[in-house]
Design a protein around this ligand. Structure first.
Ligand code: PXL
Length: 278
């Protein structure tokens, strides 16, 4: 894999969850390992993710994010990329829109993290969907999982056992293509494989062996590796292939009897990404 681009300055607008290996807690180490400078803008600080560890303690602020953007604009920082993910409320998508306005030349990556396994996350109100849809319209690249793709399109969720073919998966991805220049739908089950399906500027279907284990934070890991490698000059398909391989490695390195709510044991796997930092 070649690197034709130097490391970049990336503004990451996601929540920071203490326990559970997701959001900024995995995104920042991944992007740093690939050599990028990460500027974290936490949309909310939570003691854990919201996926099964009880009710997390949370620190929310309507003013911190906007004041932070104003500070960065004042001191003249120029971001190469703005990367957004889980938002604790629809209002927070306005923060991302403000960042897009302040740095119009930044490459805009939106991970519309709002659901999985056919359902909206329990912590989120239903009006997060139109708010995320608007962010996706302003993005250069979006990275929805299969559940989020259906939410964005206003489609009923497929049955859990639904088996996708190359044709049906590509048709679904193509339906999202008018939203923004590039997109990848992740976590598409195809027989014994799990596929990542690209549409827009680059069409592709990448298949990895389906691992029958599911963890929070794997979508965040995938999105961070894709973003990191794309910004080093790789094609989206190459970046997505490497990201899917990295996530598989993290899952395989997690003891099968470990409590899945604490996420994948990604830390010892970071060394596999360091080659991209050179
Ligand atoms: O990984 C997505 C995510 C991020 N942040 C919070 C979450 C989740 C998924 O459950 O709850 C707070």
């Amino acid at each position: 894999m070649q690197h034709s681009q130097p490391p970049k300055k990336i503004l990451c607008i996601h929540d920071l969850s203490g326990v559970g290996r997701c959001s900024l807690a995995v995104i920042a180490p991944v992007l740093s390992t690939i050599g990028h400078q990460v500027i974290c803008l936490p949309t909310a600080v939570l003691s854990s993710h919201t996926g099964g560890l009880g009710t997390p303690a949370r620190m929310d602020s309507d003013t911190y994010g906007f004041a932070t953007l104003e500070h960065y604009a004042q001191i003249g920082i120029d971001f190469d990329c703005i990367f957004s993910g889980y938002m604790a409320s629809p209002v927070q998508t306005q923060l991302v829109q403000q960042a897009f306005r302040l740095w119009p030349n930044a490459y805009k990556v939106v991970d519309p993290a709002m659901g999985d396994n056919g359902k909206l996350y329990g912590s989120l109100p239903t009006d997060i969907v139109p708010a995320m849809l608007e962010l996706c319209r302003q993005a250069d690249l979006i990275l929805p999982n299969l559940t989020e793709a259906h939410l964005l399109l206003g489609l009923a969720q497929p049955a859990p056992a639904f088996d996708w073919t190359n044709e049906t998966a590509q048709a679904l991805a193509n339906q999202l293509a008018p939203l923004c220049p590039s997109l990848v739908i992740t976590g598409v089950p195809m027989g014994k494989y799990l596929a990542s399906v690209g549409a827009g500027k680059e069409q592709f279907i990448l298949k990895k062996l389906l691992l029958p284990r599911s963890y929070p934070g794997t979508g965040d890991l995938f999105a961070a590796v894709v973003t990191g490698l794309l910004l080093r000059g790789n094609a989206l398909s190459a970046a997505a292939d490497a990201a899917a391989a990295f996530v598989s490695d993290c899952i395989l390195a997690t003891p099968p009897d470990a409590d899945p709510r604490f996420g994948v044991w990604f830390e010892p796997q970071l060394k596999k990404l360091i080659v991209h930092a050179q």
